[in-house]
Ligand binder design. Sequence first.
Ligand code: CP
Length: 338
Amino acid sequence: MSEGNAIQHLISLQDWPVQEVEDLLELSARIKRRATPFQLSGKTVGLLFFRGSLRTRTSFEAAMHQLGGHTIHLAAASDFWDLEVQEGAVMDGRAPEHVKDAARALSRYVNALAIRPAYAGQSWEVDRKDSGIQAWARYARVPVINMESALWHPLQALADLLTLRESLGDLRGKTLAISWTRSTQPSSAAVTNSLLLAALRAGMRVRVAHPAGYDLDDEVHSRAVEQAQNGRTSFETGMAQEEALKGAHVVYARSWQSLVDYGNPTLAASRRSRLTGWTLDEGLMKLTENGRLMHAMPVRRNLEVSDEVLDGPRNLMYEQAENRLHSQKALLVKLLRG
Ligand code: CP
């Protein structure tokens, strides 16, 4: 097979046609309802982590095991080394191997490669290109699954869509409030980006609350505006938490880094220290339409979300975590069995 041709990768959920995402969600729900009838015996997935993970690794390994398949877990910190991604590079730097060679070699051993790439965290203009995961997809001769890059987290968005449908039924016309939350170590906006576009594509009305200086990536914003227009739904951003949560059916809590201070941890910490509020508590949740709480985890208790909300009946985040297992099984069946 020629490089990059005819292999279905999952880099962003937006790359997949609506009907294929719909099929995946239906298969996920069927898999969840009964013992898994699909077998992937003899199939192997390579899991490459350039950054740590609790849920993604465990749910992937459990999914493959329960489907009769096998995983090989490789952690960059202990099992391999820096990989060059630049085409044509003179490799006299740190990286002893090019991703081109690693991807081509590993493709001879496994049926799919799932990657959580690293990004340097110095420049958003550089990191937003997702060069690492794009290089794996370009050179691998098996499907490549993005396990969270700087820009996208399609696996989380898939599980989130499944959870939203279970909780709300038909998503069209329902209101999702995505609320920025306090954190001492905010992550990239990958979860927010993927969820935002997936929810708009499903016909949800989406409001994003965040403080000044935490605007979303320009291209993600433009795509959200376009998605809302195409889907005849609404997208509003930059509002206060109270405004976003009013009448919402679901509140999704997530912290993300300021793109203004990206690559400057001192300025970023200073910006965060000037903020007050932005912890989701029961008082805020009471503004919703009996709204449920979602969070991709890990969650910083009583900083991002109060114990009262997390330990109360509104919380859907353990359903989300469980749904990672079911939706990843559906994805693996689709990619490895066709
Ligand atoms: N939500 C999520 O991807 O969790 P991990 O970072 O633990 O994999």
